[in-house]
Each structure stands twice: as structure tokens, then as C-alpha cells.
Write a new protein. Structure first.
Length: 259
């Protein structure tokens, strides 16, 4: 089995051998489906989701609004195009529509919670907290998008860690999203790595010339994380200002593989 420098197995080769008890999951900041060309094109984003080969997609900057009679219901559209179930985690609710996080899943949904991480007068932020059934195992997936200022991120990560402090250690937990943190020694990253183990970092922003590893996936227990990569293709470099990242995660149900 080929290995990456991080010690994680190669995503593509491993994905072909693992069974349905392995969680294939992605985090993707859609940037309201506005691409490098300045055009809002949800169909282009749907092509990216098809390319990913994942059964759960955590989304950020999803725009569901009615503007002058024109509907831009991105989450519903993407669910219909990809054949997945959509869960909304809006952080802004306005008369013209909603904006924020979202989740697409092919796994059955067991529970949905939403958490407010808003900080003072800054842009509202939150976390979408969803339990999905992966081959009989309840996996908790938390999708978030942290703030632009350091004080915001410290506040929001503290809220997140308190939220998970009493979570059962036996239950697999995945935290993913755009964390807006580019300093490896920044406190939010150190705090998250302290609870979950160090998350792999691959540059994902900006999509056309990636410099910063803003999009992350943390897994508890850490050894359940089997592979992680940034998904690069011609369409991902055009569809949003972020590249999607994806991971393969064991769910604690040994003995199931294809073939």
C-alpha cells in the first residue's frame, strides 16, 4: 500500500479496497458557487462533488436566497443533482434567504443539532452537528466555518471544545471545515490538535494557486483517519476559491472490505 510523507495511505488506492463501513468524507467551501471567473455556477460545483467520490460532504458558504424573484437555492439544487440528502446549517437567516453551512449525505441521518458560535458584532458563525449511520455505527460529523479574526477563532474553538468535552470517547467524531487559520503555531490549531491529534495539512486556498491549508479534517480517535488529500482537478480550480479536501475514516467495524 503506497504511503504519503504524512504516513497516511494513498487516498485513491485505499478507497478502492475499503468497504461501505469506511466513511468517505469531504469539506468544501463553495464561496456561494462563485468561481474564479466571477460567475455563480452551482452546476460546476455539482461536478466537483461528483468527482470527490464521497458519501458525506460538509459545506461552507452555501447561499439559499430569493433575490428579486430569482431563486438561488444552492443546497437543494446540489442535493438533487448528486442524489444526496441535504441538511441545512444556516448562520444567517434573512428575509431574502439563508446562508451558512450545510451537509450532503448518502448515509442515514440519526440526529441534527445546530450551535451558535457568533462572536460579538462579527459575522454570525456556527456549527452544524449531524450524526449519520455508517454501516451500523453512529458517526458524529461537525461542520463549521471559523471567523476571520484571531479573537473570533479562539472564542469559537473554545466553544467547540466545550461542546465535545463530554462526548462519549467510543463514538467516532469528525470535525471539518474552513478554519481560516494559517499560522501553524496559532492557538486554535494547537487546541484542536491537542484534543484530536494533529490534523494533516494540505494547501487548499486559493484554489488556482494554493498557499494556505485553511480546510481541515480532525478525527477522534485519530488512528481512524486512514487517508487525507486535497482534491485538485480542472473544475476544482475554477468552481470556488477553495479546493475541497477529503478523508477516509474507519468507523470501528473491522472485517469488511470489497471483493
Amino acid at each position: 500500500m503506497p504511503k504519503l510523507p504524512s504516513g497516511l495511505a494513498n487516498w485513491n488506492s485505499l478507497a478502492q479496497t475499503l468497504g461501505d463501513d469506511c466513511l468517505r468524507i469531504s469539506s468544501y467551501n463553495l464561496h456561494r458557487c462563485i468561481g474564479r471567473d466571477g460567475q455563480q455556477d452551482a452546476a460546476r460545483v455539482a461536478k466537483v462533488i461528483d468527482e470527490l467520490g464521497c458519501n458525506v460532504i460538509g459545506l461552507q458558504e452555501v447561499d439559499n436566497r430569493f433575490d428579486g424573484g430569482h431563486a438561488s437555492l444552492q443546497l437543494d439544487y446540489l442535493a438533487e443533482r448528486t442524489g444526496m440528502e441535504a441538511i441545512a446549517g444556516h448562520t444567517m437567516v434573512r428575509h431574502e434567504g439563508n446562508y451558512g453551512n450545510g451537509l450532503l449525505t448518502r448515509h442515514p441521518v440519526l440526529n441534527v443539532r445546530q450551535h451558535d458560535f457568533s462572536y460579538r458584532t462579527r459575522e454570525p458563525r456556527g456549527a452544524l452537528d449531524v450524526e449519520v449511520d455508517v454501516a451500523g455505527v453512529a458517526v458524529r460529523v461537525i461542520v463549521t466555518h471559523l471567523g476571520l479574526r484571531p479573537a473570533e477563532r479562539r472564542f469559537q474553538v473554545n466553544r467547540l471544545l466545550k461542546l465535545l468535552h463530554d462526548a462519549p470517547m467510543a463514538q467516532p467524531v469528525v470535525v471539518l471545515g474552513d478554519i481560516n487559520e494559517w499560522l501553524p503555531l496559532g492557538r486554535p490549531l494547537r487546541w484542536m490538535n491537542g484534543m484530536f491529534g494533529r490534523a494533516p495539512a494540505e494547501r487548499s486556498f486559493p484554489a488556482w494557486a494554493p498557499l494556505f491549508a485553511l480546510d481541515r479534517v480532525w478525527v477522534r480517535p485519530r488512528h481512524n483517519l486512514l487517508a487525507f488529500t486535497t482534491h485538485r482537478s480542472a473544475v476544482t480550480r475554477q468552481a470556488s476559491d477553495h479546493l475541497p479536501v477529503k478523508a477516509l475514516i474507519a468507523t470501528g467495524m473491522p472485517g469488511r472490505t470489497k471483493g
